[in-house]
Design a protein around this ligand. Structure first.
Ligand code: SER
Length: 572
């Protein structure tokens, strides 16, 4: 049975049993800061379990069913074996104060045995047998006995048969799980507790919530069962995608398939590569995939057809893939361009480093690779394994530590130049200067480059490359932008990283300045939208958030030399 039919069958089955079909929510959770990405079908329904929203008002039913796009970062390292995936689709039926354990167990068994015709003898179940002061789920046990011999009902503890909460608090409860041929395929959760921040459990009904059903069945695993395959990558969810792959190890093909598939879905839900949070997850997936493709001789023109095949395979169920096709390709190609040159140079460098001794690479050589080309360490490990060379990892660690100490003092010393002192007023003016730099680049264009600066308690003096005198409206616009950013109370954050990494982030610096291998970067960003306003090479110090800066005003704008302008500005 095709996986597209499985999705339809599942939804029809529950629609016929008074469930409202709800579309998958985005992989980027709305209004739920406790999780970075959607990991389960129940997430979009949290408020119905909590009793803060009414399912009958919103869906006309207490029960819903979905095919949910899901993502689990904890599985990135595991990808390559028969079952692990980062992105997957989850079939789920839910009830918020409607039916309870008896019906949920009945529906699951009926769907597997009557609808999908999976032989009863291939199925077994597990239930929560009580642990850590939480009583056994005797109701589910009694119910399961109506269907299975005792040998097919396995008691389990909290680690296996108790689910949730997602994030640090929320609905949770015991589970019943169904297995086919020993593989877990369906998790039926009974949300009867609320797990508080301090990790104590209370009955959910006492918190204003309702008892609820939350089930999840991985479409990929179900497809393995229904298509009689050995692993998820042989099912129709992946098999057609490898037609243009060069001959490669299974594990590598799986990593490439999984990571690009996940990336395509993340991008279509609005995630862009960055060095933070979900943007970082996307960047990591893409870079791992590019690197594996590169070292395994994928065609140099890259994965274009493959990405389009991926979109075509999934677009019927997820139309957002097709409507975002251009953006998906652009984001992937842009990231590849950024990282591609580093891969080529880095690989050459790596090969040189072991040519003298065919089997051994020094820690110092690897350290240079990591810091200069921004190669993740795990990929160096991978390449070394593939080329059958040994790396002196202890020496690498030593180099790393030595370097960190050196560059801490180097970068602290080198950036101090422009500040008269570290008084509170100078620090506020310093952050205002970064905002002004960003505003100038926005108003006048990115040809504006800082040439120098000097900050005292009285004013900031900022020199920058620009050919003409500023018009009054341009000055007013710069002032307005800076004051708006101050009012938005943006976060100011410091990171230290390899120079290559900072360059990739498009951090801006002082024109012509030479930077050490490890640099300090200040980013000013909006915590609500993740919008980055400014990112500069800088040793600090800065305020922690812009709201404390005060009102910004340009006092004077003049020429210092041909092509260089100077602004003096104050804060009140
Ligand atoms: N929330 C449970 C899970 O993710 C059931 O949907 O497994």
């Amino acid at each position: 049975m095709k996986s597209s039919d499985l999705r339809k069958k599942f939804l029809n089955f529950f629609e016929e049993r008074d469930h409202k079909i709800v579309p998958s929510s985005s992989l980027v959770p709305k209004d739920d800061p406790s999780v970075l990405l959607t990991t389960a079908g129940m997430q979009q329904f949290k408020s119905y379990y909590l009793g803060t929203a009414n399912p009958e008002t919103d869906f006309g039913s207490k029960n819903t069913a979905t095919v949910q796009k899901s993502f689990r970062t904890s599985d990135i390292e595991g990808v390559g074996d028969d079952t692990h995936l980062t992105f997957f689709e989850m079939l789920g039926n839910f009830s918020f104060g409607g039916y309870w354990k008896k019906e949920a167990i009945k529906y699951a068994i009926e769907f597997l045995e009557s609808e999908l015709k999976i032989d009863h003898n291939r199925i077994h179940s597990t239930y929560f047998a009580g642990a850590e002061g939480i009583p056994a789920d005797s109701v589910s046990l009694a119910e399961l006995k109506n269907y299975f011999d005792d040998s097919k009902i396995v008691p389990q503890g909290r680690g296996d048969n108790f689910w949730g909460p997602t994030g640090d608090q929320g609905p949770c409860g015991p589970t019943v799980e169904f297995y086919v041929d020993g593989t877990e395929i369906w998790n039926v959760v009974f949300n009867e507790f609320y797990c508080k921040l301090d990790k104590t459990l209370v009955p959910i009904e006492g918190t204003g919530g309702v008892r609820g059903i939350d089930t999840g069945m991985g479409l990929e695993r179900l497809s393995v069962v229904m298509q009689a395959k050995k692993n998820v990558f042989e099912t129709d969810l992946f098999a057609s995608l490898t037609k243009d792959f060069p001959p490669i190890e299974d594990r590598v093909a799986r990593i490439i398939l999984d990571h690009f598939r996940a990336a395509v879905f993340l991008i279509s839900d609005g995630v862009a590569p960055s060095n933070k949070d979900r943007g970082y997850i996307l960047r990591r997936l893409l870079r791992r995939a590019f690197m594996y493709a590169k070292i395994n001789n994928f065609p140099a023109e890259g994965p274009k057809n493959f990405i389009i095949d991926l979109i075509n395979l999934y677009k019927e169920q997820y139309p957002e893939l097709e409507s975002n096709q251009q953006r998906i390709l652009d984001v992937i190609y842009d990231e590849r361009k950024k990282f591609g040159a580093s891969i080529d140079l880095g690989l050459k460098q790596f090969e040189k480093s072991y040519q003298a001794d065919a089997q051994f690479v020094t820690g110092k050589a690897v350290f240079d690779l990591v810091t200069t080309f921004g190669f993740p360490k795990e990929l160096v490990e991978e390449i070394a394994k593939q080329k059958n060379v040994q790396v002196d990892w202890p020496e690498f660690e030593q180099e790393f530590q030595k370097h960190q100490e050196l560059s801490r003092s180097a970068s602290a010393g080198m950036f101090k130049g422009g500040l008269a002192d570290n008084s509170e007023k100078v620090v506020r003016l310093h952050t205002a200067t970064h905002l002004m730099n960003a505003a100038l680049r926005k108003v006048l264009g990115t040809n504006v480059w800082q040439k120098g600066s000097n900050i005292t308690e009285e004013r900031t003096r900022f020199d920058f490359a620009h050919g003409e005198k500023l018009k009054d409206e341009q000055k007013a616009e710069v002032e307005k932008l800076v004051n708006e950013w101050i009012a938005r109370d943006l976060i100011v954050k410091r990171d230290t990283m390899p120079l290559a990494g900072a360059r990739e982030l498009d951090a801006i610096g002082v024109f012509g300045e030479k930077y050490p291998d490890t640099v300090s970067i200040y980013t000013i960003y909006d915590p609500k939208s993740d919008e980055i306003i400014s990112r500069e090479f800088c040793g600090g110090p800065h305020v922690e958030h812009t709201g404390v800066i005060g009102k910004f005003k340009i006092q004077k704008e003049e020429a210092v030399s041909a092509g260089v302008r100077r602004i003096k500005a104050t804060i009140e």
